[in-house]
Design a protein around this ligand. Structure first.
Ligand SMILES: [Zn+2]
Length: 427
């Protein structure tokens, strides 16, 4: 059994969640915000043709400003699409709208192309025009819970199902056709037993084929988190270890549990028996990562560091292997710059202190050239800032929820920023 945890890029999901929050705040006028969902199998040329028609339609819009804004958006999207030959493997979403910066007449065309991370695929084509972006499908993609495959089996038959959240879906029921315990008149005991074994073998093979047909496409789409097989006695153990199904399914096998039924009752029993395990699974990866950090710290290996300043230093030296960031971190990284000379300084602060900083800077002059032009150049979420910095040095970035004991410790004990290093930075 392979216990490798599902590989999901927690940083990519974090960024996507963040973009969604930003896009939710964007409001425009009339139908000046376009949302375009493109599934991976859609031809770009078809989308471009579709946009041509929409462009033609837009020329009928009565309001001159709206007409211009919508047409500008369509052209912007066409240009963006012209840069690619086909959609990415997970599809893509393009948000483009005329966003008022300070009220009517101040609209600027803003473009947000988004590619969902692996395992989160755009399924349907959609073109949508409104005064706000259409974000529901993207939100669904984010809240999508993991799917598990479940097989209840014994020598009489089997049931194959999937479960996603609370949604149980029985996909197939098969019967084995294995003869009962009583042999037909005239049959020798040996021949009877051989026949039964042969029938069992054929049934296992058939069950394996059904599992391949059902589970492999889900695995290929990155939609299956794991598989659980349940059944009575040694039959299920024998089957679970066998080659009757594809090795990719065996790689996803999480648990083998006991149940006395091979029907829906069996499926329910399997779910009940694995619930605790599945719940734990979600957090296992996060717990293990923090434990690894704590282990190094306890053994004083010199291969860890924590706190914003120290971790930043390690990142700048490309010494970080895994960066651990608490989901609770809600700080901003602000870049202050003087346009008159080359002076710049960066600061980390909580979002509620941004206004105060703006005021402070307005009344301050540049320490280098004494000009009064100091301005806030950029404001970035610190998780994104550190995460991107880490990725640019080849480090892995993991966003850790505060929901586990270890996750809470990372937040409370280490300020929510810690790193496991490639090499020791100690003198
Ligand atoms: Zn200056």
């Amino acid at each position: 059994m392979d216990n490798e945890e599902p590989e999901e890029d927690s940083f990519e999901l974090y960024k996507l969640r963040k973009i969604l929050q930003d896009l939710e705040k964007k409001k425009g006028y009339h139908t000046e915000l376009i949302s375009l969902y493109i599934p991976p199998d859609k031809r770009i040329s078809d989308v471009i043709n579709y946009l041509k028609q929409e462009y033609g339609q837009a020329s009928n819009i009565k309001s001159k400003t709206t007409r211009k804004n919508v047409m500008d958006c369509i052209v912007t999207i066409q240009k963006r699409l012209g840069m690619i030959k086909k959609p990415p493997e997970t599809g893509m979403v393009i948000f483009c709208g005329a966003i008022p910066q300070m009220g009517p007449g101040t609209e600027k065309i803003e473009l947000y192309p988004i590619v969902p991370p692996p395992g989160r695929k755009i399924n349907t084509y959609k073109y949508h025009c409104a005064s706000e972006f259409y974000l529901e499908p993207l939100k669904d993609l984010l809240t999508e819970k993991a799917t598990f495959g479940i097989v209840a089996m014994d020598r009489s038959g089997a049931t194959i199902a999937t479960i996603k959240g609370n949604e149980l879906n029985v996909i197939e029921k098969i019967t084995s056709g294995i003869q009962g315990k009583h042999r037909a008149g005239g049959q020798s005991q040996r021949r009877f037993e051989r026949l039964i074994e042969q029938q069992a073998h054929e049934f296992f093979q058939r069950l394996g084929e059904h599992m391949n047909k059902i589970f492999l496409p889900l695995i290929e789409e990155g939609k299956l988190e794991g598989i659980i097989i349940g059944g009575a006695g040694p039959t299920k153990d024998y089957f679970a270890k066998s080659d009757f199904f594809d090795y990719r399914i065996r790689d996803k096998l999480l648990l083998v549990v006991d149940t006395g039924y091979s029907d829906i009752t069996g499926i329910r029993e399997i779910i009940e028996k694995s619930e605790g395990y599945l719940k734990k699974l979600r957090y296992t990866k996060e717990k293990k990562l923090v434990q690894k950090f704590l282990g190094h710290l306890a053994r004083d290996t010199g291969l860890v560091t924590y706190g914003e300043k120290e971790v930043r230093k390690a990142l700048e030296q490309s010494a970080v292997d895994i960066l651990l960031l608490s989901e609770n971190l809600s700080k901003l990284r602000v870049l202050i710059r003087c346009p008159n000379c080359k002076y710049s300084i960066e600061k980390t602060l909580p979002p509620q202190e941004l206004d105060a900083l703006e005021q402070e800077i307005a009344g301050k002059s540049c320490p280098e050239c004494d000009s009064s032009l100091l301005t806030i150049d950029s404001v970035v979420d610190i998780i994104e800032e550190l995460g991107e910095l880490a990725k640019s040095t080849g480090a892995r970035v993991e966003i850790i929820s505060p929901d586990t004991e270890e996750g809470a410790q990372l937040w409370n004990g280490f300020g929510g920023i810690a790193a496991i290093l490639r090499y020791s930075l100690q003198d």
